[in-house]
Design a protein around this ligand. Sequence first.
Ligand code: 4NP
Length: 157
Amino acid sequence: MAEKKKVLMICLGNICRSPIAEAVFANIVKEKGLQDKWEVDSAALIGYHTGKSPDSRAIKTLKEKGITDYVHKARPIKKDDFNEYDWIFGMDEDNIDELERKKPSGSKAEVELLGKYDPQGDVIIRDPYYDDGSAGFHKAYEQCDRSVRAFLEKQKN
Ligand code: 4NP
């Protein structure tokens, strides 16, 4: 069997957006029965939240969408990830700038904005961490859901 393709979701802290993106990706892969083809993880650009579970608003958003089994502990991205993963997705332009800065030259991963695949063209998945409520988390979820579905469709060709 062909090797699994590997996707790494990245945001600043790995407690809000990239865990949602990871959970959404894993859920869609499961829904489509593609578990033998795809693997996904998520990580941070900063080490500040290392070892922490996702923000409670991210967990609640996932639960409300029917994803009840997602467990993750934040970790920082490491150099090897750039050769381990086929795609590394950032959520906003700052993420991409930082990823491009960290990426060792000649490494395998393709660094892209996840929202580039959003058929509605909502390209930037903005940081909801400092928001008061969870509306930004719900919006991030919907953006991730649309983008991941379009990304996986594109890879079928
Ligand atoms: P995330 O959100 O990058 O979507 O996980 C953030 C989490 C923490 C911080 C910033 C953004 N922070 O500055 O601690």
